[in-house]
Write a protein that binds this ligand. Structure first.
Ligand code: UFG
Length: 333
C-alpha cells in the first residue's frame, strides 16, 4: 500500500483528515505552501496521533516541486484540499482564484498520470448547487454559482469527470461539503482564519473571546422560520471521517462519483447563536445587519448516497460543534 498525499493538508479540513487517516493506519504525506496555514499544524497532528506525517512545503501548482515529491514518495492516492476559498475575496480577485485553483488541479492530475497514481478525492462544495432548491441531491443540475470561488469548484468537478472518462482506471471522488465547523476534541487543531472571519462559527468564537464586540447577523427577512439563513453545519471530525470512507471507496472503484458530505439537517443563524450560548454557557451579543450579497436562504444536503455507498454518516451534534469550536478558540490564543 502506497502513501496518501494530502494537498493543503495543513489547513482546517486537511489537518483533521490527516489525523483520521493516521489513526486508521494510512501513511500520510502533506504538501502545503502555507499560504493560509502554518507548519506548526504538523506538530499538532503528531501530538494527537503519535505519528509525524511527512511534510513538503511546496506549491502544488509548481510542477517541478510536485514531480520531485512523486519521485520520492510512492503516492497511491491524493486528497486534494489545496485551494483559495474566500468567497468575497474571489469576487475581488477572480483571476487569482481561477489561476490558483485550476492550475494546481491540472498540475496534480498531470503528475498523477505520469506516476500512475489513479485515485483522487476532491474538496468540492455545496456551492455548486447554485440557487437550486434543497435538499440538494447529488444528481441535481449544478451551476449558477454566485462567485468565482464557486465556479472554480464547478470547473474542477468537470475537469475531474472528463479526466476519469478519458482514463478508465482513474477514480475521482468529488465531495461536496456543506458547512464544516467545530474542531478536534483535543483542542489542538481547528479553524484559524487570517484577519476578520468570513464564516459564521469562527466569527462567533471571536465574539465569545472578546476579540469582536458583536456578531452581525446578515439578514432577518429571509423566507425561513426565524428570518435568518439556514445551513447544514457539519462537525469537521465527521467530515474528516467522510474522507476516509471516500478514499476507501475510491481505491476500490474507478470512474467519477459525487457525494454530499452534510448532516441533512438545517440550522438558522440564530439557532447557531443559541446553541453556542447554551453549549458554552456564555452570551453572544448580536445585531441584525443587512443581507450579505450572494447568500441563499436555505442549504442542506440529501445524505442517503454517502450513507449507502460509503457507509458513512455524520454523528456529532450542534452542541459538539459549538463546544469544540470554543475549546479550540480558547486554546489558540
Ligand atoms: N453569517 C452571519 N454573520 C457573519 C457570518 C455569516 O450572519 O458574520 C451568516 C451568513 O449570512 C449565512 C450563514 O451565517 O447565512 C453561514 O455563513 P458562512 O459564511 O459561515 O457559510 P456560507 O454558507 O456562506 O458558505 C459556506 C462556505 C463556502 C461554501 C458554501 C457552500 O464558507 O465556502 O458554504 O454552501 F461555498
Amino acid at each position: 500500500m502506497g502513501k496518501i498525499l494530502l494537498t493543503g493538508g495543513c489547513g482546517f479540513i486537511g489537518s483533521h483528515t490527516a489525523v483520521e487517516l493516521l489513526q486508521e493506519g494510512y501513511e500520510v504525506v502533506i504538501a502545503d505552501n502555507l499560504s493560509n496555514s502554518s507548519a506548526d499544524v504538523i506538530d499538532k497532528i503528531e501530538k494527537i496521533t503519535g505519528i509525524r506525517p511527512l511534510f513538503y512545503e511546496i506549491d502544488v501548482a509548481d510542477a517541478a516541486a510536485l514531480t520531485a515529491l512523486f519521485a520520492e514518495q510512492p503516492v497511491e492516492a491524493v486528497i486534494h484540499f489545496a485551494g483559495f476559498k474566500a468567497v468575497a475575496e474571489s469576487v475581488e480577485r477572480p483571476l487569482a482564484y481561477y489561476r490558483n485553483n485550476l492550475d494546481s488541479t491540472l498540475t496534480l492530475l498531470e503528475t498523477m498520470a505520469r506516476y500512475g497514481t489513479s485515485c483522487i478525492v476532491f474538496s468540492s462544495s455545496a456551492t455548486v448547487y447554485g440557487d437550486g432548491v434543497p435538499p440538494f441531491s447529488e444528481d441535481l443540475k449544478t451551476g449558477g454559482c454566485t462567485n468565482p470561488y464557486g465556479w472554480t469548484k464547478y470547473m474542477i468537478e468537470q475537469i475531474l469527470k472528463d479526466a476519469a472518462h478519458a482514463a478508465p482506471s482513474l477514480s475521482a471522488i468529488l465531495l461536496r461539503y456543506f458547512n464544516p465547523v467545530g474542531a478536534h476534541a483535543s483542542g489542538l487543531i481547528g479553524e484559524k482564519p487570517n484577519g476578520i472571519p468570513n464564516n459564521l462559527m469562527p466569527f462567533i468564537s471571536q465574539v465569545a473571546a472578546g476579540i469582536r464586540d458583536h456578531l452581525n447577523v446578515f439578514g432577518s427577512d429571509y423566507p425561513t422560520p426565524d428570518g435568518t439563513c439556514i445551513r447544514d453545519y457539519i462537525h469537521v471530525v465527521d467530515l474528516a471521517k467522510g474522507h476516509v470512507a471516500a478514499l476507501r471507496y475510491g481505491l476500490n472503484h474507478s470512474g467519477a462519483e459525487v457525494f454530499n458530505l452534510g448532516t441533512g439537517k438545517g440550522s438558522s443563524v440564530l439557532e447557531i447563536v443559541r446553541a453556542f450560548e447554551k453549549a458554552n454557557d456564555l452570551k453572544i451579543p448580536y445585531e441584525i445587519a443587512p443581507r450579505r450579497a450572494g447568500d441563499l436562504p436555505f442549504s442542506f444536503a440529501k445524505t442517503e448516497k454517502a450513507e449507502k455507498l460509503l457507509g458513512w454518516k455524520a454523528e456529532k451534534t450542534l452542541e459538539d460543534m459549538c463546544r469544540d469550536a470554543w475549546r479550540f478558540e480558547q486554546n489558540s490564543r
